[in-house]
Design a protein around this ligand. Structure first.
Ligand code: OFO
Length: 163
């Protein structure tokens, strides 16, 4: 059985994961409207991954006999002034999610909640991957600047992302 404080923290994280879904969906629609089909595809795949994170936490809370309470989701931004600005926002967002996961892990360890710590271990590893995926994209976009050829090449490349 989850303790109440942990149940609340996990519910907050479910909200954060759904916000992540919403943020990347907003970026995807923004790119689609800007005719960057590859970036739009990449962001949609990212959004789907975020929803799977939310569902993983939801399933876990239920498995532990806890209650899921779905709250309001903050409205994400709708437009970005450049491709770099959107991916830099994604990078900043992932770094903030990493901090959240680390804080959750600290709480699970302090509460001697080994099961939750075990679940969070998966997310610790996932955050390493998420940051490692975004960092080089942001670095490339910084190098590309406004060069349209290179931008469309990267758009094409990111459009090949699998699920
Ligand atoms: Fe982007 O990893 Fe979940 O939020």
């Amino acid at each position: 059985m989850l303790n109440k404080a942990m149940e609340k923290s996990l519910n907050d994280q479910i909200n954060a994961e759904i916000f992540s879904f919403y943020l990347y969906l907003a970026m995807s629609t923004h790119f689609q409207q800007a005719n960057f089909g590859g970036f739009a595809h990449w962001m949609r795949a990212q959004a789907q991954e975020e929803m799977s994170h939310a569902l993983k936490f939801i399933d876990y809370v239920h498995e532990r006999g806890g209650a899921v309470t779905l709250g309001a989701i903050e409205q994400p931004k709708g437009t970005w002034p450049s491709v770099l600005a959107a991916f830099a926002d994604a990078q900043t967002h992932e770094r903030s999610i990493t901090k959240r996961i680390n804080t959750l892990m600290d709480k699970a360890i302090a509460a001697k909640d080994h099961a939750t710590a075990n679940l969070l271990q998966w997310f610790v590893k996932e955050q390493v991957e998420e940051e490692a995926t975004l960092d080089p994209i942001v670095t490339r976009l910084q190098a590309i600047g406004d060069a349209p050829g290179a931008l469309y090449y990267l758009d094409h490349e990111l459009g090949k992302r699998g699920a």
